[in-house]
Design a protein around this ligand. Structure first.
Ligand code: FCB
Length: 463
């Protein structure tokens, strides 16, 4: 049984579900442009309609209510609310989120709002994108406006979803929008995404609305493939770039010295200005953690099996550590090729509790893609996903028992959706979506999750 008050949620993001890319005055985002470029998205998929949540949000909220969710994590689309990322706001765009939130509240579902889940207004990219410091300030203004408009009905706020991805997949490997491959720019982007978080927190706090505000990071324990010095150095480097660069900044107000040293040939870091880290490291009400898998790495020449899986032609996101190989440690994998390892979640949570200032924690994303089949009897049987979520929830429970201040769990994702560069081929949903008809069908994992929520805990080993 989980503690009373434990938050049982599911998550989505605007770009992956909404569609309606030109509805009601929405501006263009970097993902709109990226999807139009040949070879960027598997199968040439795009999010023009996505799963039509913009029009079907009422039905989708009803689904959440049927599942018994106590909370729903979603993101707002910046270009829908502020088409050019600066200047005029679009009342119709804001209104969509007000209606969505009111619908959630009418069912007693707590809205958890993420301000940025990767859909930067194209006009801001044209002005330099995240490598430009001004983008952080634009984001703080945007955050202040959205917060002023919605904090009367939304209590839980997070700033930037997974800054690592925006910075290093967007500007180093180029597998995400805007598709640039510029290591030095990627590093500036990483800092400016952290700064955007810090400035947005400041701007929202200044409104004294009593909101709970957090940042959101994607964490992976990193294990050396062997005890060799080269592999241990590889693990230190990848852990540094993936985890500590963001955690230390947000929770300790400092960048790790060893990471700055690893990157010193790429940049002199002069983009870090006085006061930045104080803003970035200001106390938070919570930390949102996305967890999917563990990395096993090798630093030996020739030790590399594969770089992190990218669907299309791309460079390395691991700036300054391009030599590091990612080794398959032999665990079962999901349809993404990601190894299933719930013990990595335990390690991640313990590490936060042991090495960082105490802050309430939430798993804001966890889940798995599998090749789901819509059965002839109209059901979708996904035992692998049930087993994945069951194991990770069991681990969450163990972490809580060990004293970790974990207070909630959001499954990724509520519904199948547009999985970025992978398009629609990777299904993460608890709910199956027929992309032709937009029909939604609860998979067995959804029914299992609903039972779990109703019970307030795990009912026994998944079959
Ligand atoms: C995370 C993203 C989310 C989704 C999952 C599978 O990195 O935040 O949008 O794509 O991975």
């Amino acid at each position: 049984m989980f503690p009373t008050g434990f938050v049982w949620g599911a998550a989505t993001s605007a770009y992956q579900i909404e569609g309606g890319l030109s509805a009601d005055g929405r501006g263009t985002s970097i993902w709109d442009s990226f999807c139009r470029q040949e070879g960027r998205i598997v199968g040439g998929d795009h999010a023009e309609t996505a799963i039509d949540h913009y029009n079907r949000y009422r039905d989708d909220v009803k689904l959440m209510a049927d599942l018994g969710l106590t909370a729903y994590r979603f993101s707002v689309s910046w270009p829908r609310i502020q088409p050019d990322g600066s200047g005029a706001y679009n009342a119709k765009g804001l209104d969509f989120y007000k209606r969505l939130v009111d619908e959630l509240l009418s069912y007693g579902i707590d809205p958890w709002l993420t301000l940025y889940h990767w859909d930067l207004p194209q006009a801001l990219e044209d002005a330099g994108g995240w490598p430009a410091r001004d983008t952080s300030k634009r984001f703080a203004d945007f955050a202040a406006t959205v917060h002023a408009e919605l904090s009367d009905r939304v209590r839980n706020w997070s700033t930037v979803n997974e800054p690592w991805c925006s910075a290093f997949l967007g500007y180093a490997s180029g597998e995400h929008a805007p598709g640039r491959r510029e290591p030095a720019a990627a590093l500036r982007a990483a800092h400016h995404l952290n700064l955007a978080h810090g400035l947005a927190v400041q701007a929202m706090r200044a409104q004294n609305a009593g909101s709970q505000i957090g940042g959101c990071v994607n964490l992976y324990p990193v294990t050396p493939a062997t005890a060799s010095e080269a592999d241990q150095d590889a693990a230190r480097r990848i852990d540094g770039l993936q985890n500590r660069f963001f955690l230390d900044a947000l929770l300790k107000g400092a960048y790790p010295e060893d990471v700055l040293a690893d990157l010193s040939h790429i940049s002199d870091m002069s983009f870090i200005q006085d006061g930045d880290l104080a803003a970035i490291g200001a106390p938070l009400d919570m930390l949102l953690v996305n967890y999917y898998s563990r990395f096993t790495v090798s630093g030996a020449p020739g030790g590399a099996v594969s770089a992190a899986a990218a669907p299309t032609d791309s460079g390395s996101p691991w700036i300054g550590s391009e030599h590091v190989g990612f080794v398959n440690a032999g665990r079962p994998v999901t349809a993404m090729g990601w190894e299933v390892d719930d013990s990595g979640l335990y390690e991640t949570l313990r590490r936060l509790a042991d090495e960082y200032p105490r802050v309430p924690l939430y798993i804001s994303e966890n889940g798995a893609a599998y090749d789901d089949v819509f059965g002839e009897d109209g059901t979708v049987h996904d035992p692998d996903r049930v087993a994945y979520i069951e194991a990770h929830l069991r681990t969450c429970h163990a972490a809580i028992e060990s004293g970790v201040p974990l207070q909630g769990y959001f499954a990724w994702s509520l519904m199948d959706n547009f999985e970025w560069a992978w398009g629609y081929g990777k299904r993460f949903g608890l709910v199956y979506v027929d992309y032709e008809t937009q029909a939604r069908t609860m998979k067995s994992s959804a029914l299992w999750y609903a039972d779990t929520i109703r019970h307030g805990g795990l009912l026994g080993r998944a079959q």
